[in-house]
Design a binder for this molecule. Structure first.
Ligand SMILES: NC(=O)c1ccc[n+]([C@@H]2O[C@H](COP(=O)([O-])OP(=O)(O)OC[C@H]3O[C@@H](n4cnc5c(N)ncnc54)[C@H](O)[C@@H]3O)[C@@H](O)[C@H]2O)c1
Length: 350
């Protein structure tokens, strides 16, 4: 079968690979739609170290092709969404409620990390009964594919933010993760959502997903403006959705005492993450810093699918580009270099 791989740091391309085989608890899925993630660029850039001929991708839906002897919930022909994070549910961390950390920190992240990913005609799913969900008839593949990562991660940003009903929220960066955090904050009952973003297309989408105010980080004093918009108090919840020193520091500065900084961004550089000491109340301001990796699991995805089925959020507004799988090299370049005002490129498999 055909797969799109990271050949080594900085190099991608197609190669032929053998069809994967399921163990007793596993499934093989024939890919129908996939999305490229910013994390795929981090991986190819060396973010997780050297890899050779590793199939990329962790956001995909498809049709069950084959299941192992112990799989009970799914059968060949089922249309399924597969989490970007596929925990080992027998692991103590998963049993404690932290499936993404099963097998060690971030250990639930297997696709295009510790095993081949989903940018292939077929891919392998461990613990299939727990890591896939059937897609309802009313939800098209190109919508369901957002449940793998973007909806799950963005909503996690809002959930970890402990948003009070009617509370104030700042979302620092309105890429796809921030956009879904914005939608999540609205679903969680935020009274005021402030999006921080400079790209007009992303600013516009942030408003669509529920931002009341937009602050442009290229022309405005972000901290000052958020403090003004909250009557000098700061926000209940600041969601960091970039993974940068400036946004993390802003998040700590604009969060009021008792509030929560909910981090979703990936911090790929440097030895330390800096916390602004004074605005952190010299360590005593009751400001909580929450972190998390995209939650996986069938229950999680079934809930996300329900939100889509009920029409509460339409993530397909983020699909700016479409490519057939055989144009994956161009699709990756567009996503990687953020060409042509791209937000999410959707890949269709024949
Ligand atoms: N925690 C997880 O499980 C998880 C999952 C997926 C992605 N991520 C990470 O989330 C982050 C966001 O991913 P994405 O796909 O939305 O990224 P993206 O690159 O598409 O979007 C980032 C946005 O940040 C904006 N930006 C740049 N500088 C800014 C600033 N100073 N203030 C505010 N906004 C600024 C850019 O204009 C852009 O729109 C990445 O670090 C990614 O690796 C984490």
């Amino acid at each position: 079968m055909k797969a799109f791989v990271m050949r080594e740091i900085g190099a991608v391309g197609f190669m032929d690979k053998p069809m994967p085989k399921p163990g007793p608890d596993d499934a093989i899925v024939r890919t129908t739609k996939a999305l490229i993630c910013t994390s795929d660029s981090h991986t190819v850039g060396g973010g997780i170290g050297q890899r050779h001929n590793l199939t990329l991708g962790h956001e995909a839906v498809g049709v069950v092709h084959e299941v192992g002897s112990e799989v009970e919930v799914f059968h060949p022909g089922d249309r399924v969404v597969v989490g970007a994070i596929t925990p080992d549910w027998g692991d103590p961390a998963a049993q404690a409620g932290y499936g993404s950390q099963s097998g060690g920190p971030l250990g639930g992240w297997k696709f295009s990390n510790t095993k081949d990913g989903v940018f292939a005609e077929y891919f392998h799913v461990n613990d299939a009964d727990a890591n896939m969900a059937k897609i309802p008839d009313g939800v098209p593949d190109e919508m369901a594919v957002y449940c793998c990562d973007m909806l799950s991660t963005g909503f996690m940003g809002a959930e970890h933010g402990n948003i009070p009903i009617g509370g104030t929220v700042a979302v620092l960066a309105e890429g796809p993760v921030g956009l879904m955090a914005t939608a999540g904050a609205r679903l969680r009952g935020a009274g005021l959502v402030i999006g921080v973003e400079a790209v007009p297309r992303r600013q516009e989408l942030a408003r669509c997903y529920g931002a009341d105010e937009i602050v442009d980080f290229t022309t405005e004093d972000v901290v000052g403006r958020i403090m003004d918009l909250t009557g000098g108090e700061g926000v209940d919840t600041a969601i960091e959705a970039l993974g940068a020193d400036v946004t993390f520091q802003t998040a700590v500065k604009v969060t009021k005492p008792g509030g929560t900084i909910s981090n979703t961004g990936y911090f790929g550089e440097g030895e330390f993450v800096r916390i602004p000491r004074v605005e952190w109340g010299v360590g005593m301001a009751d400001k909580t810093i929450a972190t998390g990796l995209c939650p996986g699991g069938r229950l999680r995805m079934e809930r996300l699918l329900q939100i889509l089925e009920a029409g509460r959020v339409d993530p397909t507004l983020m699909t700016t580009h479409r490519f057939p799988f055989d144009q994956m090299e161009r699709a990756f370049e567009v996503s990687d270099k953020k060409l042509d005002d791209v937000i999410k490129p959707l890949i269709t498999f024949s």
